[in-house]
Design a protein around this ligand. Structure first.
Ligand code: FNR
Length: 341
């Protein structure tokens, strides 16, 4: 089984430089992009011994969805830039791994087609100023079988991504489109960043669907408190993989204050910089209920299609199981904050 770094190196060789940089890059000087991984290196595990960890179980349940391990696949745009099988390959490998696939609104495969091969499917939304269109996209996802709606909140405006400007990467190649943005006339709309969105809109949003609604892109504890108050069913502690506000706090550094205000009322998913099972265990010990991975899955996809994604997820599963046992825990729930310094 290849390491994630090895898969990234293969992906880099296989991909158009503009597309590789679109995946790998962050905003500004990429300080937040780097900080996401660095914060995991800065923290160390202080394992416990002699705890009888012969029977371990990685399964968790988040917002009513079962996960075979506390790792899910984050929403990322345009999988067909990585591999011609695109989101179908990613969703299928994720289904085989028994975890959640979050389909991006900016998916290059229609959510209805993704749903045919996915197992536990969630759908990520950028709220559009055309509310009727937004509702139609939510209905499409819900009718296709999505089990939760993930509303991205950290993208009021688009982050400034220097690598994209350098390559003048603005459009998908011919033949690829954001398939969830097709309207009733078949035209593909551009995705708007929801600059006008406020907390009041969440009430409307919660009334548009029966699916649980999770909020993605929260790092301020006061926003986590408001999200709980607004009746949100879960929070992604995330800075969008360092692609939005450069200079923002890393996800892992943001986690403890959020854990403390949320106090177990809703599940917390941390994403940004998770690259190993030890990283998963650190995030869980500090209070996350699960983690999400973005780029590692894209590297697996670009390097080897469905097989590559399967490799990444199996590696994370095995490493998480190893780290859990070596920390003296049998389940994710047994990990406690004293295991991290
Ligand atoms: C993303 N991310 C993202 N998030 C979202 O809500 N909707 C989207 O369409 C996308 N698209 C996207 C594209 C690419 C290429 C990347 C790398 C990321 C953010 C994603 O869901 C997640 O927050 C981060 O990727 C997590 O960080 P890591 O695991 O990539 O470090």
């Amino acid at each position: 089984m290849r390491t994630i770094a090895e898969l990234e190196a293969i992906a880099r060789e296989r991909m158009e430089p503009a597309h590789y940089d679109y995946y790998a890059g962050g905003s500004g000087d990429e300080a937040t992009l780097r900080a996401n991984e660095e914060e995991f290196r800065r923290r160390v595990l202080v394992p416990r011994v002699l705890r009888g960890v012969g029977k371990r179980d990685l399964a968790v349940e988040i917002a009513g969805s079962p996960l075979s391990m506390p790792v899910l696949v984050c929403p990322t745009a345009f999988h067909r830039l990585a591999h011609s099988d695109g989101e179908l390959a990613t969703a299928q490998a994720t289904a085989e791994a028994g975890t959640v696939f979050v389909c991006s609104m900016a998916s290059t495969t229609a959510v209805e087609d993704v749903a045919k091969v996915a197992d536990v499917l969630w759908f990520q939304l950028y709220v559009q100023s055309d509310r009727e269109f937004t509702e139609s996209v939510i209905s499409r996802a819900e009718n296709a079988g999505a089990r939760a709606l993930v509303v991205t909140a950290d993208s009021a405006v688009r982050g400034r991504r220097e690598r994209e400007h350098r390559h003048a990467f603005h459009d998908l190649p011919p033949g690829l489109a954001a398939e969830n943005m097709r309207d009733s006339t078949g035209r593909v709309r551009d995705i708007e960043m929801p600059a006008g969105l406020t907390w009041d809109d969440l009430i409307w949003l919660r009334n548009t669907t029966k699916m649980p609604v999770l909020l993605k892109g929260v790092v301020h504890p006061e926003d986590a408190r408001r999200a709980v108050e607004a009746g949100i069913d879960g929070i992604f502690v995330s800075n969008h993989g360092g692609r939005q506000l450069d200079g923002a706090i890393s996800s892992l550094a943001a986690l403890p204050a959020i854990v403390s205000v949320v106090d177990g009322q809703v599940p917390l998913i941390l994403d940004g910089g998770v690259r190993s099972g030890a990283d998963v265990v650190k995030a869980l010990a500090l209070g996350a209920d699960a983690v999400g991975v973005g780029r590692p899955v894209l590297w697996g996809l670009a390097a080897a299609g469905q097989e590559g994604v399967a490799e990444v997820l199996e590696r994370l599963r095995e490493e998480t199981d190893t780290a859990l046992g070596l920390c003296g825990a049998r389940t994710p729930g047994e990990l406690t904050a004293d295991l991290v310094r």
